[in-house]
Design a protein around this ligand. Structure first.
Ligand SMILES: [Mg+2]
Length: 396
């Protein structure tokens, strides 16, 4: 089998990769939404891929893997990798999880980072009210993640929150020491959320990046009695193009509250220090940024070997990304906690595909399906209506 074309169309906000072959089998991958600018980056790889046998996934990846980077520059490579697995699975007549080593669970736990309701403000009461709504969501998530600190509106809405200069972009680029009032405010909001969730639903906190080490340690220690699932991206994360394992280690070694990072990190090599130095308790790679499904699987196994847990990121990965997450997470060892449930935007995305369960999430879990490849197919007649003029030929 040979690759005959690589196409990319932006559907809604998500760039979609389609790889076609001379056997009439095609495969799909998806890039996070808000990254429509990556379409040319996907097509950049085309000359490297034409003529290759897509069922030899690793051999194809060797052609392009070095030409990627930390988020967002690993996204195109990752989406291509998923599309290759989709083809390989369809060609073999098996779901992708079989090709990744086979499943060890029939349903995968998801956590809620994306089924959200607008915050009314940044007070403890606002956080509690918002958590009441998230707890009542029909998906019955068993873990909910909420943004606090620099990963929230607090720097803008809480007076005298930080000694740092508050940045205007609201793109998680704030950084600096918190004031005593600022830190106490974050802790009060966490207490308010815990008073709603009790011990029925786990609470994870997306915190930064941008915290300074003394604040990170004070904060993590203050929460120790609250049994928080994890503190995510306190120091680096999101679009930070480096890891800072030694600095994370200083925080992690000082507290029993689990410390988490990794959503922006590309390739196993960049997880090596975090894992081998035991710099965090939990890693959170995103299959749409780390380099794909097999890369995530490898890193999960290596983390398990070192007593480190994994809770993959995925909020913006869309429905094809969701399919990839289900396939790979079904195969992960017992260090797997849950992956972040992607929400498709706009809503019409849910009419474009067949193959997903309905409802998708039941009691906080997704049942693993057994259809070949990633197991989702476009209803092309429906999807075509949402293609831009320049992408008209995407399904041809
Ligand atoms: Mg995050």
């Amino acid at each position: 089998m040979k690759i005959t074309d690589i196409k990319c169309a932006v559907l809604g906000e998500n760039p979609i990769v389609r790889i076609t072959t001379d056997a009439g089998i095609d495969g799909y991958g998806e890039v996070e939404n808000s990254k429509s600018y990556l379409k040319p980056h996907v097509l950049f790889y085309k000359p490297y891929l034409l003529g290759a046998d897509p069922t030899n996934v690793e051999s194809v990846m060797l052609r392009i893997r070095r030409l990627g980077g930390f988020k967002p520059w690993g996204s195109a490579v990752s989406a291509i990798e998923m599309a290759l697995w989709d083809i390989a699975g369809k060609a073999a007549g098996v779901p992708v999880y079989k090709l990744l080593g086979g499943k060890v669970r029939d349903k995968v736990r998801v956590y809620n980072g994306g089924v959200r309701f607008p915050m009314q403000g940044s007070s403890p009461a606002d956080y509690a009210e918002n958590m009441v709504k998230m707890k009542a969501a029909p998906e019955k998530f068993t873990i909910i993640k909420q943004g606090v600190g620099f990963h929230s509106a607090m720097p803008y809405e809480v007076q005298n929150f930080t000694f740092g200069e508050v940045q205007p972009s609201r793109f998680h680029d704030n950084r600096g020491l918190l004031t005593e009032r600022g830190l106490n405010h974050v802790i009060a909001c966490v207490e308010a959320m815990k008073s709603v969730l009790g011990d029925e639903v786990g609470l994870a906190l997306d915190c930064g990046p941008g915290w300074m080490v003394p604040d990170a340690i004070r904060f993590a220690k203050a929460l120790e009695s609250m049994h928080i699932m994890w503190l995510e991206d306190l120091l680096t994360g999101d679009y930070t193009p480096h890891v800072s394992a030694d600095v994370y280690r200083e925080v992690t070694r000082s507290t029993s509250t689990p410390i988490h990072t990794g959503e922006q990190i590309y390739l196993r090599h960049n997880f090596k220090d975090l894992i081998e130095k035991h710099a965090v308790n939990i890693i959170g790679p995103d299959p749409a940024d780390i380099g794909g499904l097999a890369e995530l699987k490898w890193v999960a196994e290596y983390a398990d070997l070192h007593g480190i847990l994994i809770a993959p990121h995925g909020i913006f990965d869309g429905l094809i990304g969701l399919a990839g997450l289900v396939q790979v997470c079904a195969t992960l060892p017992a260090n797997f906690i849950a992956f972040e449930y992607p929400v498709a935007r706009p809503d019409w995305w849910y009419t474009l595909l067949e193959g997903l369960p309905n409802p998708i999430v039941v009691d906080g879990f997704i049942q693993v399906w057994d259809t070949p490849g990633l197991g989702v197919r476009f209803k092309e007649d429906v999807a075509k209506k949402y293609l831009a003029k320049e992408d008209e030929g995407f399904f041809d």
